[in-house]
Write a protein that binds this ligand. Structure first.
Ligand code: ADP
Ligand code: MG
Length: 748
């Protein structure tokens, strides 16, 4: 049968149903999928490194001859040792628990090694612990493997399943490329490729797998060869094109043209408790302009913690309400919803109007929920504040005009849109707020379907927060400082990574049932460290030392270091009423110190709180710590953030802590976070609805993302250089790509 890129892999020679199934589990179903499964590194087997030139501490890839080997049975474990030589130089390799390696090698064989070089005794002598190793073809092997394995730059692939190693993949991919020669269709307009000097798709795929002799190794490893760039660009171009189109399609829908007459403006002024910052004014201006327009609004309001997004949103909601519509605000947690509810009611009391504000969260009791749903359906509720319950509990709005989604990174893209599928003459406007300080260029490119407003200044009169990192041996000092703040009439937070200790070192992540999945408390940091550690020694078993936990420490501090102060405990496993009561008491200054888990991370606003103590700070991610620190420094008084560490601090954790001490700039921290964690974890791919890429990497490929955005916009606009035939090819490719990759085709 004639293979095409769409052919299912089970029809490829050498791939039976079993292997096809393994590949499918890796989301590799067709030949095309396989071709886009690119090597993650390359080995230069044409000009391999010489042993004499190795540098201890660096990663190296080299070729040598097996000189000898032995399986050592030590008391702790069997260790497989093998000496690989090259002229006078030699490298001793060791694999722990290496019994399985024992029969894989023969003296005289040639092998390719990749791993970290360590010094060893003797001249020209080095060590490698657990290097990756491949046996190279020798005399009896067929021509094809010689062609693919030696005397060239060889691609190295992630092992698929636990069997399909690089060597197997090289062969299959090579054969497929040979079979499809001249038949891999181009997916980008020719003129575009020519202008940007991108190789054809077929060439790009071939060279990304099997680089031509002479290709620069450093370009290959940094993903900047023309072939690699072409494939990255292609993926990003289709992402941007999809976003561009969604946005355009959206503009064609009918929205609600809100009016802003004198009465509306007066209503907005009445609720303002302070002079808005310039940034707030500009943002509100942009939002209101959108709301007045006949098309529906889709806007992202981005502002660092404490930049004052809430009041901007509230004013926008008032515009809708004053026009006779309802406004809804969706928050990611019950605490936050409750706080918004209380805050909004308080601000609205300043007005002569009597606005009806209603709360709807999952854990309200059924009667109250029913009553509130009734008010919403009859249109009596003008401002509705809630959690996911708003979209989950079949709420019918009488006349929904504006939806505000707070802290958007907690919601999936699709969910964002579901809320709006309610019957209405015009489509409601949507404002999404986020404190995730996504670097602006990235935000623009990723949320290409949203317009962007940025609050890039903090309200006046804030004094910078003093941040210190101390080990928990200094705890007494810290508690003394807490007492001092309380004596001055201030309040403090003390945050722990887990709710309860010992029994279950569970990170704080739960909320009442029905709430969206929370970012795990300490999990990201833990995970990141796990990864970093895995390249190191195998001796280390990941063991989690017992963590100080909120509940235990609440009792301990109450009876000890903070005796006499009014302490409150807040965590995600409390029910909504309890949480609300505690939050209210803290807000009213009936409590001095709030002992909490990360439930307070997002949005909690108590300007009188001046001290944030984070215990086990080494466990927290940067974004989290930044959010937590953002809970203080909200008033004019000097505020403090103490990062207490107890236990081992990995290099990564050290870097996070140092950054926290160094800067308070959310964008700077986000850049670092993005670098440390990678985009997948940074954005929380699944939650944020940002697609997994096959080739692209948002940190590494930012320039190409920008380029893709520009090119996709001009493609949609005019594309005079493109023929009709090419255009329709691009459109069908787009539909297919979005359907398959992102499943977002009909999302908006
Ligand atoms: P965030 O952007 O993190 O949601 P908030 O809206 O909660 O920030 O605002 C943070 C704090 O700053 C609140 O106490 C709010 O009342 C106050 N605030 C907001 N804007 C101003 C302003 N223009 N002048 C003074 N205080 C402000
Ligand atoms: Mg907020």
């Amino acid at each position: 049968m004639l293979l095409t890129p769409e052919t299912s892999l089970q029809f490829v020679k050498g791939i039976g149903p079993r292997i096809a199934q393994t590949l499918l589990e890796k989301r590799i179903a067709t030949i095309e999928d396989l071709l886009y499964h690119l090597p993650f590194r390359y080995e230069d087997r044409l000009r391999p490194q010489a042993i004499e030139e190795l540098t201890p501490g660096e990663m190296a890839s080299l070729i040598g001859e097996v000189r000898g080997m032995a399986l050592l049975r030590t008391r702790r474990m069997p260790i497989f040792e093998m000496t690989v030589g090259q002229g006078l130089g030699k490298v001793k390799c060791m694999w722990f628990h290496g019994t399985y390696m024992k029969d894989r090698f023969k003296a005289g064989q040639w092998v390719a090694l990749y791993g970290k070089v360590e010094a060893s005794r003797g001249s020209n002598s080095f060590k490698m612990i657990q290097p990756q190793v491949e046996v190279l073809p020798g005399g009896h092997d067929d021509e094809e493997s010689k062609l693919l394995e030696v005397g060239r730059i060889a691609p190295v692939y992630e092992t698929l399943g636990n069997k399909l190693a690089s060597r197997w993949q090289r062969r299959v991919i090579w054969r497929v490329l040979e079979e499809l020669k001249g038949r891999i269709p181009e997916t980008l307009p020719q003129a575009l490729c020519r202008r940007l000097q991108l190789p054809s798709r077929e060439d790009a795929l071939r060279w990304a797998h099997f680089p031509e002799a002479g290709t620069s190794m450093s370009q290959l490893q940094s993903w900047t060869t023309p072939a690699q760039k072409r494939l990255i660009f292609e993926e990003l171009f289709y992402l941007e094109l999809g976003l561009e189109l969604k946005r355009k399609k959206f503009r064609q829908r009918q929205g609600i043209p809100f009016e802003t007459n004198d009465a509306v403006r007066a209503a907005l002024r009445q609720v303002l408790p302070f002079h808005p910052t310039k940034a707030q004014k500009t943002a509100l201006g942009e939002i209101v302009a959108d709301m007045r327009a006949p098309e529906p609004m889709r806007r992202l309001l981005q502002g660092d913690v404490g930049s004052g997004k809430t009041i901007v949103a509230l004013q926008a909601m008032l515009v809708a309400i004053e026009n006779g519509y309802q406004a809804a605000l969706m928050a990611p947690t019950e605490i936050l919803a409750t706080q918004h509810f209380l805050g909004a009611r308080k601000l609205l009391e300043r007005s002569q109007q009597r606005y009806k504000v209603v709360l709807l969260t999952g854990s309200l009791d059924e009667d109250r929920k029913r009553a509130n749903r009734g008010m919403i359906a009859r249109g009596e509720a003008q401002l509705v504040i809630g959690t996911h319950a708003l979209i989950e509990e079949s709420v019918d709005f009488a006349k929904l005009g504006l939806v505000v989604v707070d802290e958007q990174h907690r919601f999936g893209v699709l969910q964002r849109f579901r809320l709006m599928k309610k019957p209405n003459a015009g489509e409601p406007d949507v404002l999404v707020m986020t404190a995730t300080p996504i670097p602006r260029t990235l935000a623009l490119s990723l949320y290409g379907d949203l317009d962007l407003s940025v609050l890039d200044e903090l309200p006046p009169g804030r004094t910078p927060i003093l941040t210190r990192q101390v080990s928990d041996e200094m705890a007494d000092e810290v508690w003394k400082q807490v007492r001092e703040q309380v004596r001055l009439g201030r309040q403090a937070y003390v945050v722990y990574p887990v709710i309860e200790g010992a029994k279950e070192d569970q990170p704080e992540l739960d909320f009442a049932a029905g709430e969206p999945e929370q970012e795990a408390g300490a999990a990201p940091a833990r995970k990141a460290e796990g990864k970093a550690g895995s390249s190191g020694s195998l001796f280390e078993k990941p063991s989690l030392p017992s963590l100080k936990a909120a509940t235990d420490m609440y009792h301990e501090l109450k009876a000890g270091a903070l005796k006499g102060l009014r302490l409150g405990l807040l965590h995600g496993r409390m029910d909504a009423d309890e949480k609300e009561i505690i939050m209210r008491r803290f807000q009213r200054r009936d409590l001095d110190v709030l002992i909490a888990t990360t439930v307070i991370e997002v949005g909690v606003d108590v300007p009188n709180a001046t001290m944030m103590v984070i215990e086990h700070a080494e466990r927290f991610g940067l974004a989290q710590m930044h959010q937590l620190r953002g809970r203080v420094g909200r008033g004019t008084a000097r505020s403090y953030c103490i990062l207490m560490t107890g236990g081992k601090i990995s290099p990564q954790a050290g870097e996070r802590l140092a950054a926290m001490v160094r800067t308070q700039n959310g964008f700077e921290l986000a850049e670092l976070d993005l670098r440390l964690r990678g985009p997948g974890e940074f954005f929380g791919t699944r939650q944020a609805g940002i697609p997994d890429f096959r080739v692209a990497n948002l940190v590494r490929d930012r320039d190409l993302l920008e380029l893709a955005k520009v090119e996709s916009a001009s493609f949609v606009l005019a594309a005079a250089e493109v023929t009709e035939e090419e255009k329709s090819k691009v459109w069908s490719r787009l539909r297919e790509a979005w359907q398959r990759r992102y499943g977002l085709v009909d999302a908006g």
